[in-house]
Design a protein around this ligand. Sequence first.
Ligand code: SF4
Length: 243
Amino acid sequence: MTTRDDKIIDIYRLLLGHFGPQGWWPAESTLEIILGAILTQAVAWKNVEKALESLKTNHKISIPAILNTPQDELAELIKPALYHRQKAKKVIIMMDFIDKNYHGDFELMFQEPMLKLRQELLALWGIGEETADSILLYAGNYPVFVVDTYTCRIFSRLGLVSEKISYGKMQGYLMERLPEEVPLYNEYHALLVALGANYCRKTTPLCSQCPLILICNYYEIMQEYTERSRTNDILGSGKGMHV
Ligand code: SF4
């Protein structure tokens, strides 16, 4: 690995040492990765697994099978993924796009230059940057870093970026500092998800278990705040004792 920024690489190594390789993306085929990237919007992965299982059980795990299924019926099948009506529409639009533009051939689609394909995916209804980049990285093996709310929260708590950083700026920050390597982008995003889901929660993060505790700005501030409160309590409880 050619390093560009030791700190960002150190964070990666600490996460990898703690959580181990995540083996992403958990799917049996390119189609499953693409479906999973859409179905996982705003829900936990266990919901996606149930929705994918339902599609498999009902023999709807191919582009023609999905396009031959009425939208309402598809929505019922993916109900465990929540927001199922919207997601059924998104899935059909995506399948239709791949079918019409690339004859349903993923290999052909992923021969496109990354930026061109990214623009095409982003132009589809309901496909945002995180979904498009997940498809590009995990299904197409393009070197693009996937950003999500966990990424922004973790790097802002570490004191490296602003709390309200945009998707594009967060992505640029990391890609400028990391070697352009697909396996690294793949694993790093998965590790950030592991940290965000398990420890660096929105409220009450579990800092004592976190592998980044020694380099975390947020933790340091919280420690100082707790210490100051304790000191004030001690001083406050002493008032009036020496009258
Ligand atoms: S130490 Fe706490 S706030 Fe900092 S990254 Fe870890 S879990 Fe998040």
